[in-house]
Ligand binder design. Structure first.
Ligand code: ADP
Ligand code: MG
Length: 277
């Protein structure tokens, strides 16, 4: 598996060169140019899905790539009424993977990878579902707009096409105490009211916008009854608290925060994802 994913990454390098986040001048990207670029990036099914989103008047068009990840890519789009949107497209069978296929025929490890790819369809719907539950509870997450096959359309967190920075890249927070406690309050609401644990919460999956933390990347969120939910929650809290240590002198301990949210005092098993490394 490891070598397969290495190969994938290797083949992906520079794949998006034509679609990097543009300079201001580039931003007036022409439809025809983009379509050409798009043909190289999306598989036919994804292009079909994008066309369906346009026909349904959910998006006017997709303009540029905001982020390329291992499982999904995020694009900047607009609605017909001019709202800024983020369109997250989970990779199902992109041409990249077809290229990989050639190199891995007969490789038993790839069969596993292939079935894993097919299950990517599920990630979009999980992300949309979790976002919806969280958003309805008033937690700061991007407002979910639409789910179509492997595509999640949501509110764009940012300004004029520039995404808000990930918390990890923010080194100046105006009122860190308020920001920290408001984030903790969201994690608490997520646990108590939405009955979800994010499970991959860290300064990578938080966008800092208008002095607030927006939680993103919800696909791996689990129900609080999941076998590992408490361990994931403890780890989520550990990452957040660690980050805010640079901004605040007087922080409660992770144990205290965990106890305050769940009413449970964390035992070594609950802490095991953190203390093992
Ligand atoms: N709703 C959004 N608004 C603005 N930017 C977003 C939004 N969702 C994702 N992004 C951008 O895309 C990046 C990757 O998104 P994320 O959901 O974390 O996907 P990945 O699975 O690749 O980690 C984010 O760090 C952020 O820069
Ligand atoms: Mg992420």
């Amino acid at each position: 598996m490891k070598s397969t994913s290495k190969l994938v990454r290797f083949l992906e390098d520079d794949f998006y060169d034509d679609l990097r986040e543009p300079t201001k001048r580039d931003r007036r990207i022409k439809d025809s140019d983009f379509f050409e670029a798009k043909e190289g990036v999306f598989d036919t099914k994804t292009i079909e899905a994008i066309e369906a989103l346009k026909r349904r008047k959910i998006i006017l068009d997709i303009y540029w790539v905001v982020s390329t990840g291992k499982e999904a890519d995020v694009f900047y789009a607009k609605s017909p009424s001019g709202e800024e949107l983020a369109v997250k497209i989970y990779r199902v069978h992109t041409s990249k993977f077809r290229r990989v296929e050639i190199y891995t025929i007969g490789d038993r490890r790839f069969n596993k990878a292939r079935s894993k790819l097919k299950s990517k369809w599920k990630w979009a719907s999980r992300e949309f579902k979790n976002l919806t539950i969280a958003w309805k509870k008033g937690i700061h997450v991007p407002k979910p707009i639409a789910l179509y096959r492997n595509i999640v359309v949501m509110e764009f967190i940012g300004t004029d096409g520039t995404p808000a920075p990930q918390l990890k890249d923010v080194d100046n927070i105006e009122n860190p105490t308020t920001v920290f406690y408001s984030l903790l309050n969201d994690v608490k609401k997520l646990y108590r009211e939405a009955r979800l644990v994010h499970s991959d919460l860290s300064p990578f999956n938080i966008l800092y916008h208008n002095n607030l933390c927006y939680i993103i990347d919800m696909a791996q969120g689990v129900n609080i009854n999941h076998e590992y939910a408490l361990r994931f929650l403890y780890r989520d809290l550990y990452y957040i608290t660690n980050y805010f240590m640079a901004f605040l002198d007087d922080l409660p301990s992770v144990d205290e925060i965990f106890q305050e949210i769940t009413g449970i005092s964390p035992d070594p098993i609950i802490k095991s994802l953190v203390t093992n490394h």
